[in-house]
Ligand binder design. Structure first.
Ligand SMILES: Cc1cc2nc3c(=O)[nH]c(=O)nc-3n(C[C@H](O)[C@H](O)[C@H](O)COP(=O)(O)OP(=O)(O)OC[C@H]3O[C@@H](n4cnc5c(N)ncnc54)[C@H](O)[C@@H]3O)c2cc1C
Length: 396
């Protein structure tokens, strides 16, 4: 297709992956990011084989894997006693099963690898300090207006502006948002502050009634990433950068297996963040006219499957392939949506269900559907998955 430019609102993991995939297939993109610099929150993200396929294809997988180190085996442990209930294979074993590895990655490293690759392709394609506000479209173009007063016109606009997407609101209107009654905490610790017994099993999830606590190492075991998710009936804000006092985390988790509780106690003041988990219904359609949605903007999901970033990367890969395969914009957008919607909305709903599964598991053998669910998640390959038809026939 002969397009002059594709605009992307949001320069997070989804937006940059989409930019890279479209550039790979020869398209010119412009990424509009609201922040004054391209940055990510200091936290971990687990990149599973389904997303690694795309990162490898786009030429950034090796860098990300090298910086992260091999994916660790996961121990599921009893919340209070620390007993190991289950062991899952390490990331390298996944290469045999799924054709790609998995890794525990520092979000900053993933984001930086994507941003460098995008800018290497086109040094001037990222526009910082551009907060998307509104759009208008007709049969030939879409015009996006930004908070700084600028207006940019392009052939297509892709909304990659996260959970509370303004592009989604502009296209589909306001929606109902439910607070899940759960709050998440995150922090990073230098490995020197981690008790040796925890370092021996560096990737573990402590599961208890109504709570879980997860830790895994980043950057070749030099940093430990901590996440806790528990019930908190009072309303909590959604942002990922809300500072929290360490005592709040400690008080909610004071019956945690003592060596793991030491991790929480070792968090330096000012380095703990929390956010309230909100839930939204899946979108019935991703695209309208010349605008489509990708990543959390298309399918905002709770974190209980740890798949939000991976599904955004899958979206990006399929979007690029659809633009490569189609002859017209409408066809490309339909092909993208038809290939992705069932999968991504399905993961969004499965993630919601997983909250109760994870937080109810305290005994051996519980959560039996998890292995099948993981196989379904990890065996998807966005580089080779057949593209669903993109031609819509008018009903007679
Ligand atoms: C602590 C934590 C741990 C997680 N762990 C995992 C994990 O292990 N595995 C996994 O797959 N997923 C994980 N996730 C989820 C995953 O990070 C998200 O699903 C993923 O970041 C979605 O990417 P995105 O680009 O769609 O949205 P975002 O990452 O939210 O990026 C949106 C971007 O758009 C920008 N933006 C927002 N509004 C505007 C606007 N109006 N105009 C212009 N720009 C705008 C933002 O500044 C941001 O740069 C985790 C999330 C968190 C917070």
């Amino acid at each position: 297709m002969n397009l002059s430019r594709i605009s992307i609102a949001g320069g997070g993991i989804g937006g940059l992956s989409a930019a890279l995939a479209l550039q790979h297939f020869g398209y010119r993109v412009a990424v509009f990011e609201q922040a004054s610099e391209l940055r990510e929150v200091g936290a971990g993200v687990i990149i599973t084989p389904n997303a690694m396929h795309a990162l490898n294809f786009l030429g950034v997988g090796e860098r990300i894997a090298n910086e992260a180190g091999p994916g660790e085996a996961l121990a599921t442990r009893h919340f209070q006693t620390g007993e190991i209930l289950k062991l899952r294979a390490a990331g390298t074993d996944y290469a045999e099963r799924y054709g790609a590895t998995y890794h525990q990655v520092h979000r900053v490293d993933l984001h930086t690898a994507l941003a460098s690759a995008v800018r290497r392709n086109d040094p001037d394609c990222v526009f910082l300090g551009h907060r998307f506000e509104a759009l208008t479209q007709d049969s030939e173009k879409v015009a996006a207006r930004f908070a700084n007063g600028k207006i940019y016109t392009s052939d297509i606009l892709i909304g990659c502006d996260g959970n509370a997407s303004k592009v989604r609101e502009s296209v589909f209107g306001e929606e109902t948002v439910n607070y899940t009654g759960q709050v998440a905490f995150r922090a990073l610790l230098p490995m020197a502050s981690v008790p040796p017994s925890i370092q021996e099993r560096p990737f573990a999830m402590f599961v208890g009634a109504n709570r879980y606590f997860l830790h895994y190492p980043l950057r070749r075991r030099t940093v430990m990433n901590l996440i806790g998710v528990g019930r908190e009936p009072r309303w909590q804000e959604e942002g990922w950068r809300i500072p929290a006092p360490v005592e709040e985390f400690e008080n909610l988790y004071n019956d945690l297996y003592p060596p793991a509780l030491q991790l929480i106690r070792a968090i330096s003041p000012g380095t703990l963040f929390k956010w309230g988990l909100r839930d939204r219904e899946p979108l019935r359609q991703y695209s309208k006219g010349r605008v489509t949605m990708l990543g959390d903007a298309a399918h905002p999901m709770t974190p209980f499957l740890g798949q939000g970033a991976c599904i955004a990367i899958e979206d990006a890969m399929v979007l690029g392939r659809a633009f490569d395969a189609a002859n017209r914009i409408e066809e490309a957008l339909l092909m993208y949506e038809n290939t992705r919607k069932e999968r991504a909305n399905g993961v969004q709903l499965a993630s919601r269900r997983q909250a109760d599964e994870i937080q109810g598991v305290t005994t051996k053998g519980a959560n039996p559907g998890k292995d099948a669910l993981e196989r379904g998640l990890y065996s998807y390959n966005p580089v080779t998955v057949p593209l669903a038809g993109g031609i819509q026939f008018d009903p007679e």
